[in-house]
Design a protein around this ligand. Structure first.
Ligand SMILES: Cc1ncc(COP(=O)(O)O)c(C=O)c1O
Length: 384
């Protein structure tokens, strides 16, 4: 199968990810941070090593400022619900995933948080001036994705970070679609809270993710429980990562995530990005030669290897089923958990078919996809 659903989760993973997962389960099977015997210490070390690798990747000077979570959604819930209070105003964008939008809407509905959603243009591009102009007296935070999972738009985080700094705002970033494939530097970008998922471009197993919290940023933990430390305290310890890590961590998966980061470093993020760009450019160029194809997303500038399309006015689910059944191609149709982004690009009613490429995709697969789409478009064009 040609797997073009890497924006949902990357597949396959590097071989090392599978082997470290099994090795950790078999040989380091203690509970990390919950014992002084060798296997518990080995598991603790494996988790810590992944913290160190991620800290290096994102230019975080203290690895213990990263807490592991199940995914970006949990991290974003921590970031949004743990920091905002009644009367706070937040600036966000229409590109956001429901993992940002729903916690924000929930805070708006239940806690009296005010919200401005900055709209993109029809190509999914954001104006920095619109972000700047949305800031009010009571603005507390900018919450923004680094890259859209629908349009592939890449947000210039450094510039948004400057706006946040200028107004003394909390800068919260959803790096789900960028971590591992686009450079992230929490210092240069002035990021206060970085939320990432482990199972996409970081090549980790599903059920991994994390949150980086800048020193001095106050957050209320949404969950409390065993931390393996300060057991006599009535409440969750205040120190990171224990503040946001309660209960047993998924040590084998976190260790495997570390192997994913090693793979990125060994391969070179720029090489991964170059390959994915080549695939994406070839795909888009090929599609432009076919009648009846609507391609969404920015026509110029940086984008991730995510391309949403429609073929004539054929239902995206029908296209996706045809692609799988007739051509052995896996894509994702529908709304992609990004309803406002669909509204911005004009596909709120119809949805779209999303192709998302990854490092392990080959050029032949792209050419096969283009020819498959040509056949489908010709078929419906003739019918139509
Ligand atoms: C932009 C964006 N944010 C957040 C998420 C949520 O990631 P997870 O499902 O790993 O929590 C996704 C996943 O599709 C995403 O694309």
């Amino acid at each position: 199968m040609s797997y073009f659903d890497n924006a949902a989760t990357s597949y396959p993973k590097p071989d090392e990810v599978y082997s470290v997962l099994i090795d950790t389960m078999k040989n380091k099977g203690g509970n990390p941070g919950r014992g002084s015997h060798r296997m518990a210490i080995d598991a603790f070390r494996a988790v810590y090593e992944t913290r160190v690798k991620l800290a290096k990747l994102f230019n975080i000077d203290e690895p213990l400022r990263i807490a592991f979570t199940q995914n970006a959604t949990v991290s974003l819930n921590f970031a949004i619900k743990g920091t905002l209070e009644k009367g706070d105003h937040v600036v966000t964008t229409s590109l956001e995933h429901n993992s940002v939008l729903r916690p924000l809407f929930s805070m708006e509905d239940r806690k009296g948080v005010e919200l401005t959603v900055v709209e993109t243009d029809s190509q999914g591009r954001i104006s920095l001036d619109d972000i700047d102009n949305a800031v009010r007296k009571n603005t507390r935070a900018i919450v923004i994705t680094h890259a859209s999972n629908l349009t592939g738009t890449v947000i210039p985080l450094e510039k948004v970070g400057k706006i946040a700094k200028k107004h003394d705002l909390l800068f919260v970033v959803d790096a789900s679609q960028s971590a591992g494939v686009i450079e992230i530097d929490v210092e240069d970008m002035n990021i206060d809270i970085l939320c990432f998922t482990g199972h996409k471009s970081l090549f980790g197993p599903q059920g991994t993710g994390g949150i980086y919290l800048r020193e001095g940023v106050e957050i209320e933990p949404l969950m409390e429980g065993g931390s393996g430390s300060h057991s006599k305290l009535r409440r969750q310890p205040k120190e990171m990562p224990d503040l946001l890590e309660c209960g047993t961590l998924n040590a084998p998966a976190i260790a495997a995530l570390g192997a994913g980061v090693d793979f990125i470093i060994k391969t070179g993020m720029e090489n991964i990005r170059r390959h994915e760009n080549e695939l994406t450019e070839t795909f888009i160029k090929g599609l432009r030669t076919i009648e009846g194809i609507k391609i969404y997303g920015p026509e110029t500038g940086e984008r991730t290897p995510v391309v949403a399309i429609n073929i004539w006015d054929v239902d995206p689910s029908e296209v996706s089923s045809l692609l799988e059944e007739e051509y052995d191609i896996a894509v994702r149709p529908g709304m992609h958990c990004a309803p406002l982004a669909h509204r911005s690009i004009g596909t709120y009613e119809t949805g779209a078919v999303r192709f998302s490429f990854g490092y392990f995709n080959k050029m032949e697969e792209i050419l096969h996809a283009v020819e498959s789409i040509r056949e489908i478009a010709n078929f419906y064009g003739d019918k139509g």
